[in-house]
Design a protein around this ligand. Structure first.
Ligand SMILES: NC(=O)c1ccc[n+]([C@@H]2O[C@H](COP(=O)([O-])OP(=O)(O)OC[C@H]3O[C@@H](n4cnc5c(N)ncnc54)[C@H](OP(=O)(O)O)[C@@H]3O)[C@@H](O)[C@H]2O)c1
Length: 355
């Protein structure tokens, strides 16, 4: 047994060296050629295609809805806030959507996920793209949490809220040789302090879809979207708080985002839909986040050291973290945060409730 282990270890080390010396350079040449000569000419025409978007009442999902609308798709909009969805639907029609369906639902519930898929297919007769986008944020230290059981909601929405619609959409996506666009996050690859459950939910979602890729082969294409910080209700500070309620906490947001620039969601939506139509496997935007993925692969200790030094305040009070100090000292908020994030107004339901 000991001999077999040593033998296998030797063989695999030799295979890995061959991979580095032979496969990697050849695959880089192949990828460069595909990027230059194939990618620009393979773009799906979305006119009349049926698209279901979860989390379409605000932020990234709303902008994705407008992007699909502009390209003439029929879109089903899913979220819990019906009033906000109706407004997004009106705007999507103005921007050129073939047809728009509003489907209020809690996507973390399997019966709601099944219903929205069934109603979409009943109305449009098919499903070409499923955009699993709905999500919630949290930014507090693990040891600060006073209501730990409330944090299952992060997995319920971010992970299961993607799994359920994917499960019910499968036969329809197979029939159309369709696509799944899974909105995850850079946080699923780069584990910054203060967001343990959010990072875990996004890492789980990335691995889930990477596994499905091996199971589906070419039957269903999967684009994993990895955004960095962009303008939305989430970056206004809407998040699950340490006590277990969803509230807006601008100070916690400032500590978390610090002096990092916040991107335009409209641009992200264009880049994401372009990437999905071209059949890209991953879309990271803003692109300056890409090196973080690589550092995480080869030197995770640098990410851990930076994250600890930047977010964990020596005095124990998160407001005195280095991230907040740099934000205040440089006045970066005035030029790196878009104007929409300087107010904490979010879309309320008619009864004034915040979900
Ligand atoms: N903004 C960023 O910087 C950023 C960066 C990386 C990744 N992301 C990811 O992008 C996705 C969209 O977030 P966002 O930034 O656009 O924030 P957002 O404006 O708060 O949008 C979140 C969307 O998810 C919906 N949602 C939440 N819980 C739901 C539930 N149980 N059932 C159905 N819909 C639900 C919300 O609608 P209702 O409240 O009406 O249900 C809303 O439409 C999330 O997955 C987030 O993790 C965001």
């Amino acid at each position: 047994m000991e001999f077999l282990n040593s033998f296998l270890s030797l063989v695999l080390h030799i295979a890995f060296t061959a991979f580095l010396v032979v496969y990697l350079p050849l695959s880089l040449v192949w990828r460069l050629a595909a990027w230059l000569f194939v990618r620009p000419f393979t773009k799906e025409d979305l006119k009349g295609k049926a698209v279901l978007i979860t989390g379409a009442s605000s932020g990234i999902g709303e902008q994705l809805a407008y992007e699909y609308a502009k390209r003439g798709a029929s879109i089903a909009l899913v979220a819990r806030r019906q009033h906000a969805l109706n407004n997004v639907a009106d705007e999507a029609r103005k921007r050129g959507a073939s047809d728009v369906l509003v489907l209020p639902a809690d996507i973390s519930k399997p019966e709601d996920a099944k219903r929205v898929v069934d109603e979409t297919v009943a109305r449009f007769g098919k499903l070409n793209h499923l955009v699993a986008n709905a999500g919630i944020w949290c930014c507090c230290f693990f040891e600060e949490i006073t209501n730990i059981t409330a944090f299952t909601e992060i997995m319920d929405v971010n992970f299961w809220g993607a799994v359920y619609p994917t499960y019910y959409a499968l036969p329809h996506l197979k029939a159309s040789r369709g696509k799944i666009i899974a909105n995850t996050s850079v946080a699923g690859r780069v584990p910054t302090a203060n967001m343990s459950f959010y990072n875990a939910s996004k890492a789980a979602t990335i691995r889930f879809y990477e596994t499905l890729r091996s199971e589906f082969g070419s039957a269903i294409h999967i684009t994993i979207l990895l955004p960095g910080y962009v303008e939305s209700e989430l970056t206004k500070g809407k998040a699950l708080q340490k006590g277990g309620t969803i509230e807006i906490n601008e100070n916690a947001r400032d500590v978390q985002i610090g002096p990092f620039p916040i991107g335009r969601t409209q641009t992200l939506a264009t880049v994401a839909v372009d990437g999905a139509c071209r059949g890209d496997k991953y879309v990271t935007w803003p692109s300056w986040y890409k090196p973080f993925h690589m550092i995480m692969c080869v030197a995770p200790e640098i990410i851990n050291w930076f994250s600890h030094s930047f977010y964990v305040a020596k005095e124990g009070d998160p407001s005195s973290s280095l991230s907040k100090k740099v934000l205040v000292a440089t006045g970066a908020k005035d030029f790196l945060y878009p104007p929409s994030l300087r107010s904490n107004n979010i879309k309320m339901e008619k009864n004034g409730g915040m979900l």
